[in-house]
Design a protein around this ligand. Structure first.
Ligand code: DAT
Ligand code: MG
Length: 138
């Protein structure tokens, strides 16, 4: 696979639960490289751009509210095939059913918050990675 970079976010639930190090540890053990990292308290405007594809969905408001509820750690992660590879490390969206061994499967659960809280975000395609890295790192 080709050398790539992806955007990983440790979401407010992950930061609040002191799981930033655990997430970074899993990324580094896999062989991916932390290329850039910053802690951000994202504005509503930034979050609306980041989650533009979900505007109008019933969970959009709770999602933006949740993502703005505390600091987020934004990480540019590099490696061959890392876009798909980090999605695999993260596991599927719902932590209740995400496979054990994944970040979401091992560390997440349902919280009855109007939106799924699942510790991390990872870009889902090369186009998304380019767009999202520009939003969080420029
Ligand atoms: P992913 O983060 O796995 O790429 P997504 O892009 O479809 O998932 O959705 C963005 C986030 O929104 C997701 O991490 C958790 C939340 N979410 C997605 N689908 C949801 C739903 N049906 N109900 C509540 N929250 C949801
Ligand atoms: Mg997504």
């Amino acid at each position: 696979a080709e050398a790539q970079s992806t955007l990983v976010l440790v979401k407010p639930d992950g930061v609040a639960r002191n799981l930033t190090g655990e997430v970074l540890r899993r990324i580094e053990r896999k062989g991916y490289v932390i290329e850039d990292l910053r802690m951000v308290r994202p504005t509503r405007e930034l979050l609306t751009r980041h989650y533009a594809e979900h505007e109008g969905k019933p969970f959009f408001e709770p999602l933006v509210e949740f993502m703005g509820s505390g600091p987020v750690v934004a990480v540019r992660v590099g490696g061959h095939g890392v876009i798909e590879g980090f999605r695999s490390l993260a596991g599927t969206t719902d932590p209740t059913t995400a496979a054990p061994g994944t970040i979401r499967g091992d560390l997440g659960r349902d919280w009855d918050a109007g939106v799924i809280q699942n510790i991390v975000h990872g870009s889902d395609s090369p186009e998304s990675a380019a767009r999202e890295l520009d939003i969080w790192f420029n």
